[in-house]
Design a protein around this ligand. Structure first.
Ligand SMILES: [Zn+2]
Ligand SMILES: [Zn+2]
Length: 454
């Protein structure tokens, strides 16, 4: 085995190694139960998922799962790419005496936006359940439409391509802006090896990279709790870290990974469901990926898989973390609203209205707020440095991505140097969420030291 990143170091730096023993070797079905009263944050962590079945012939469990949930009619959603799996999947649904209506999203690589949701609503006939046959976009469309229609949904995964199977939120594009919509978890998750093994290598690499992003997102979350007092749960973070550990070990070991990768992706989604938010899963690496997605949409260009962009975003997050760990905090640059407005229009085009509205509501660039965050960060600087210093190097993450067969550099997916510069400065404007990118602005590293990140 070629060890690239030592997972033990990641646990030790978190100070949460003790929780690892509690969670280690739990199959997803065991984890599904969650906890009624978390010993760390006091909340209940439940995912409300009826079943997760993965493995060589996981689809064979589907008829029994549908009967357990008393499903007698199903609205099955696929897209132009995944409809080829319907002859394999539909017999298992019909075997439970379930009547089926199919809806094919009219695109081989659909965009998760209002047009696709509208098509589903227009074809909708009252059914007991929506069943998505697909992965990323089909999963999100099924999740949001079923939530809005008030019926449960199930997902039959066709690729281990992202971590949102068990998640509770649906990232969608509305009025050109990528937003995360609250929704619900699926009742049924099926990861059948026969389908997963047909996934193009780029989608499997995307699933791996989506989880590698947790190297950063977990640190973003912990630092946010230190600087802004945001609610952080070590148990939920540890569930996510378990998914991260498994994916790193899978990449380092090589071999046949489709089912164990699917299991790790489900665990990552569970962590989001347990927190009822994508916070444990998405920090600045995701904001960078979302920014590039919006830039591509604005330019009318073909999208690349979510996880691929997240992996490249993670490489930049590691560079930013390293620079911050060496940085002596200075004053934040004074926020000039006029310049910022021009920049938002230039970078985000049609989406800039929503971004400006978000800033008007949250005032995160307002000088008093930036100053308060800076003071808090400086008061905890040693603690922050310790977290940042324990992260692997950007080179290590590049090596992991390359070993998984993925893309690690923006030029590999057609992201221009201007796209990179704009995301490294302004990805944070899309969300109110605190990340190390906001920290870098608050202590004066950005925009001045931007050049060292390229
Ligand atoms: Zn908790
Ligand atoms: Zn993701």
């Amino acid at each position: 085995m070629n060890i690239v990143v030592d997972v033990n170091k990641i646990w030790e730096s978190s100070g949460e190694s003790a929780i690892r023993a509690e969670l280690d070797n739990l199959p997803p079905a065991e984890l599904l139960r969650g906890v009624d009263a978390c010993p760390y944050c006091g909340r209940a962590h439940h995912a409300d998922i009826h079943s997760v079945d993965t493995g060589a012939n996981a689809l064979e469990t589907l008829p029994a799962r549908l009967r357990e949930l008393h499903v007698s009619s199903a609205f099955v959603i696929a897209d132009e790419t995944t409809k080829k799996f319907l002859p394999q999947v539909l017999p298992y649904i019909e075997a439970a005496d379930v009547s089926v209506i199919t809806h094919i999203v009219a695109d081989a690589e659909p965009v998760p936006e209002e047009r696709a949701i509208g098509g589903i609503i227009m074809d909708w006939q009252p059914c007991d359940m929506i069943i998505g046959v697909g992965s990323g976009v089909v999963n999100d469309l099924s999740r949001l439409s079923s939530f809005r229609l008030g019926v449960p949904f199930g997902i039959v995964a066709t690729a281990p391509s992202m971590d949102g199977f068990a998640s509770v939120v649906a990232p969608m594009i509305r009025a050109s802006l990528k937003k995360t919509y609250p929704a619900h978890t699926p009742a049924i998750i099926i990861g059948d090896k026969r389908l997963l093994d047909t996934a193009p290598p780029v989608l499997t690499a995307a699933g791996i990279a989506d989880v590698l992003g947790k190297l950063n997102s977990l640190v973003d979350w912990k630092i946010a709790s230190i600087v802004t007092g945001e609610l952080y749960c070590p148990w939920v973070a540890s569930v996510m870290r378990l998914a991260l550990e498994r994916v790193i070990l899978l990449v380092e070991a090589g071999g046949d990974i489709s089912v164990p990768l699917m299991d790790a992706l489900v665990i990552a989604g569970l962590a989001m469901a347990f927190h009822d938010d994508s916070r444990p899963a998405a920090g600045v690496e995701h904001h960078i990926a979302h920014a590039w997605e919006m830039m591509f949409l604005e330019e009318g260009r073909k999208l690349v898989p979510h996880g691929v962009k997240v992996g490249i975003g993670t490489v930049f997050a590691m560079k930013l973390a390293k620079r911050l760990a060496e940085w002596t905090p200075g004053e934040a640059n004074l926020f000039d609203k006029e310049t910022w407005l021009v920049e938002m229009k230039r970078v985000y085009g049609r989406a800039s209205d929503s971004i400006i509205a978000l800033e008007d509501a949250q005032q995160k660039n307002a000088r008093a707020n930036a100053h308060a965050r800076r003071e808090s960060a400086i008061a905890h600087w040693d603690e922050i440095i310790a977290l940042l210093s324990a992260l692997p190097s950007a080179e290590d993450v590049v090596q992991l991505i390359k070993e998984s067969g993925g893309a690690a550099f923006p030029e590999e997916i057609g992201v221009s140097e201007q796209n990179v510069r704009d995301a490294l400065l302004y990805a944070k404007e899309m969300r109110g969420r605190y990340t190390i990118q906001q920290l870098a602005w608050d202590v004066g590293l950005l925009p001045d030291a931007m050049g060292v990140l390229l």
